[in-house]
Write a protein that binds this ligand. Structure first.
Ligand SMILES: NC(=O)c1ccc[n+]([C@@H]2O[C@H](COP(=O)([O-])OP(=O)(O)OC[C@H]3O[C@@H](n4cnc5c(N)ncnc54)[C@H](O)[C@@H]3O)[C@@H](O)[C@H]2O)c1
Length: 307
C-alpha cells in the first residue's frame, strides 16, 4: 500500500511519518508540504524503514500533485491552522485551506484514492452540555474563521459522498510531542510557558469550561485504524482522548512543574460556553481513544528539562 500525506511537516504529520512503520500494510509514504511553516526539522533523521519520499509542493496549485500516482490513501493535513490568529488572516486562510482541499479532491477523484480528512471540534463553538456528530447545523457555531472553513470543507465532502471514499474526523486540540510540534494551541502553549517560568495566559471565564483534547498518540491510532481496517464510511466522527477544563490541564502540568503563574486575558473567541464532545460514535466501530494526556504533558515539559 502506498499513501500520500499532505502537510506532512506539521505537528500531526511529523508524528505520523516517524511512526508509519507501525502500520505494516504501508510500504511507501509520499510526503508533501510547502514548508511555509519552515518545519524542516520534521524531515531530519527519519528511519530508513519508513520508506519516505518528500516533495516540496504548494497545494494552492491545482496541478501540484499531478505527477504522483498509485496512491491508495491520502491523509490530508495541509492547512493554515492557527485559529486565534485566523481573525486577521481570514482571506488568506479561506483561500489556502479550501484550495488545498480542492487539489486533494481532484487528486482522489482522478486516482480513486481514499481520503482521511481532518476537521476540528471547534466547529461546535458556543455550546452547552454534550455535543455529538448529529448536532444540527443551526447549533454548529464556529467561533473563528478557522472553524468556519472546517465546516465548509465538511460540506464539500458530504456532497461528494457518492464519488469519494473518505472519513472526516473532528479532532480535539492536540497534545503531545512531535518533531513538528507547535505551541500555539492550549495544552502545548501552557506547557512551554510553565517550562520557561513565564506567565500562563488563561482566557477569562475559561478556567472551568470543558474542551476536548486529543493525544497525538491517539491521532496516530485514528489513521492506523482507518488504514488497517479499510474503514472509510463517508461520514463525520469526533476524535478525542478526553474532555478537560483548563483547571484540570493546569493541575496535570503542576505534577511536573510545581510552581506556575497564571495571567487572565481577554479572548478573541467570545462567549464560549463549556461543552463536552461525545466520542461514542467512533467507539461503536471499535476504535477506543483513551491515551492519558498527562503523559503528553510530561513529554512536552521534559523537552525543556535541562534548560
Ligand atoms: N493541532 C491541532 O490541535 C488540531 C486540532 C484539530 C484539527 N487539526 C487539523 O489537523 C490538520 C493538521 O494539523 P497540524 O496541527 O499538524 O497543523 P500544522 O500547522 O502543524 O501543519 C500543517 C502543515 O500544512 C502545511 N501547509 C499549509 N498550507 C499548505 C499548502 N498550501 N501546500 C502544502 N502544504 C501546506 C504547513 O506548512 C504545515 O507544515 C489540520 O487540518 C488541522 O486543522 C489540528
Amino acid at each position: 500500500m502506498k499513501i500520500l500525506v499532505t502537510g506532512a511537516c506539521g505537528h500531526i504529520g511529523s508524528y505520523f511519518l516517524e511512526n508509519v512503520h507501525k502500520i505494516k500494510k504501508i510500504k511507501k509514504t509520499i510526503l508533501v508540504d510547502n514548508l511555509e511553516s519552515n518545519r524542516f526539522t520534521s524531515l531530519f533523521n527519519n528511519l530508513k524503514k519508513n520508506n519516505l519520499n518528500f516533495y516540496k509542493r504548494d497545494l494552492n496549485d491545482r496541478k501540484s500533485l499531478n505527477d504522483i500516482k498509485n496512491i491508495d490513501v491520502v491523509i490530508h493535513l495541509a492547512s493554515m491552522t492557527n485559529a486565534a490568529k485566523s481573525f486577521g488572516k481570514e482571506k488568506e486562510m479561506f483561500s489556502n485551506n479550501l484550495n488545498c482541499l480542492d487539489t486533494v479532491i481532484d487528486f482522489c477523484l482522478k486516482n480513486k484514492s481514499k481520503l482521511i480528512h481532518l476537521s476540528s471540534t471547534s466547529v461546535y463553538g458556543k455550546q452547552t452540555n454534550i455535543v455529538d456528530e448529529n448536532c444540527e447545523e443551526r447549533f454548529l457555531l464556529p467561533q473563528s474563521p478557522y472553524a468556519k472553513i472546517k465546516l465548509i470543507e465538511e460540506k464539500k465532502l458530504l456532497k461528494l459522498k457518492n464519488k469519494i471514499s473518505y472519513n472526516t474526523f473532528r479532532f480535539g486540540t492536540i497534545a503531545g510531542v512531535s518533531k513538528g510540534i507547535r505551541f500555539h494551541t492550549a495544552v502545548n502553549s501552557f506547557c512551554i510557558n510553565a517550562a520557561m517560568n513565564e506567565k500562563i495566559n488563561v482566557y477569562k471565564n475559561a478556567m472551568d469550561q470543558y474542551r476536548p483534547y486529543l493525544s497525538v498518540r491517539d491521532a496516530f491510532k485514528v489513521f492506523k485504524f482507518c488504514i488497517e481496517k479499510n474503514f472509510f464510511n463517508n461520514d463525520i466522527f469526533n476524535a478525542l482522548s478526553g474532555n478537560f477544563t483548563v483547571r484540570q490541564i493546569l493541575n496535570k502540568i503542576k505534577k511536573y512543574k510545581k510552581k506556575i503563574n497564571i495571567k487572565y486575558v481577554d479572548t478573541p473567541l467570545l462567549n464560549q460556553l463549556s461543552y463536552h464532545v461525545d466520542q461514542s460514535k467512533i467507539q461503536k466501530y471499535g476504535l477506543k481513544l483513551n491515551a492519558d494526556i498527562t503523559l503528553d504533558i510530561k513529554n512536552t515539559i521534559n523537552l525543556f528539562k535541562n534548560i
